[in-house]
Design a protein around this ligand. Structure first.
Ligand code: EPS
Length: 368
């Protein structure tokens, strides 16, 4: 089976390769009546795009999105929404030297092992180019959830290599090219990235995400848990090697008396759970943290083998991000939004008439 689709009631399918004619997605299940135009999608596409600063890949894609179906007279009709973007700046000759090689850290070997064939140009289907369409679909979910539920989802970069943000001020995130939440971190990060780029090496990053305004009750135990689906969605992003929900792995060291989020009539006293208990939202902020590995495409020579098993030296050309995590916040937001919208539609289908006996005020800050 091929798994190019996700979500149940809101089903997103993406298609396309990095150096093919174009990329696209189909969003099926969006309720009718949502005002939607390409202008709603463009801002998030721009936030994710390459080539905006010297710190990212210099490939310059127009990312001009067109809505091919599912919208009439400016509103969604309830039929599949198809979004299409042409690839306009692929440079496939950069990849001719690795045609028969397995780049370490890339999906070259595994795609060959699975399909016996691969599109080697720019990583083909395994390229981060694919995340463009996740972001396009996510922009729709962002608009729907903001309008119908007052939900807001925001992500930021809190660590690059060993460099960490000193504070998290969410109002600062869009004021710098790194999605950094600490204005005092921007200058050192710039210097770090310049040195990294010159060295030819790459770095990983940690991205935090928060969803504000999700009411209590969303999520389907036991195999459709909100946190399980969120973790799967975030894990499906290129280069992701770890996902934590709430306190995540720090829970291991916390005594139960600290980890449990105590409750008062005025609200929760903390949020180590990351806003999810038993797979269902508590009404608190939903928080997760995502680990991005260092970019595998390096101009520094390394050893590998070719598809005949012969040892070769590999050098990856192309226009690569020294830290792919720096462009990840819009992608992390998009996957979170899509999971939330799908869970909202599922909740509405089964439980729209439920009256909870008591609604606990959110309260409780998440302290990492
Ligand atoms: C990518 C390699 C680079 C990036 C690309 C992701 O592609 P190319 O070598 O063709 O320039 O530019 O990112 C995008 C094009 C994008 O839109 O995100 C990779 O190997 O994943």
């Amino acid at each position: 089976m091929s798994s190019n689709s996700f979500g149940r009631l809101l089903r997103v399918t993406t298609f396309g390769e990095s150096h093919g004619p174009g990329i696209g997605c189909i969003v099926d299940g969006c309720p009718p009546g949502l005002p939607l135009s390409a202008e709603d999608i463009v801002p998030d596409l721009k936030r994710r795009a390459t080539g905006k600063t010297r710190h990212t890949s210099q490939r310059r894609e127009a990312d001009a999105v067109t809505i091919q179906s599912g919208v009439f007279e400016g509103v969604t009709t309830g039929t599949p929404i198809a979004l299409l973007i042409e690839n306009t700046d692929a440079r496939s000759k950069d990849y001719s030297n690795i045609k028969d090689q397995y780049r370490p850290g890339h999906a070259d070997y595994t795609y060959d092992a699975k399909y016996g064939f691969r599109d080697y140009r720019g990583g083909g289907r395994s390229s981060a180019r694919e995340t463009t369409m996740r972001v396009a679909a996510g922009a729709l979910a962002r608009k729907y959830l903001a309008h119908h539920c007052g939900i807001e989802v925001q992500a930021c970069v809190v660590q690059v290599g060993e460099q960490r943000a000193g504070t998290v001020d969410w109002s600062e995130v869009e004021n710098n090219p790194f999605f950094a939440p600490d204005p005092d971190w921007v200058e050192p990060l710039e210097a770090y990235m310049d040195a990294l780029r010159k060295s030819g090496d790459s770095a990983g990053a940690r991205v935090d995400v928060v969803a504000r305004g999700v009411p209590a009750g969303w999520g389907e135990p036991v195999y459709g848990k909100l946190d399980a689906e969120l973790a799967a969605a975030l894990m499906s992003i290129n280069a992701v090697k770890g996902v934590e929900i709430g306190a995540g792995f720090a829970s291991v060291e916390q005594p139960g008396s600290e980890h449990r989020d105590e409750i008062t009539p005025e609200g929760f006293l903390s949020n180590h759970a990351g806003g999810v208990l038993g797979g269902i939202s508590t009404g608190q902020d939903i928080t997760a943290s995502v680990a991005f590995k260092p970019t595998s495409s390096l101009r520094l020579p390394g050893v590998t083998i070719d598809r005949h098993g012969e040892p070769v030296e590999v050098v990856t050309k192309g226009r690569h991000d020294p830290c792919v995590g720096l462009r990840a916040p819009p992608i992390v937001e998009a996957m979170t939004l899509l999971v939330l919208m799908d869970q909202y539609l599922r909740h509405r289908a089964q439980n729209a008439d439920v009256e909870p006996p008591f609604v606990i005020p959110p309260g409780g800050e998440h302290d990492r």
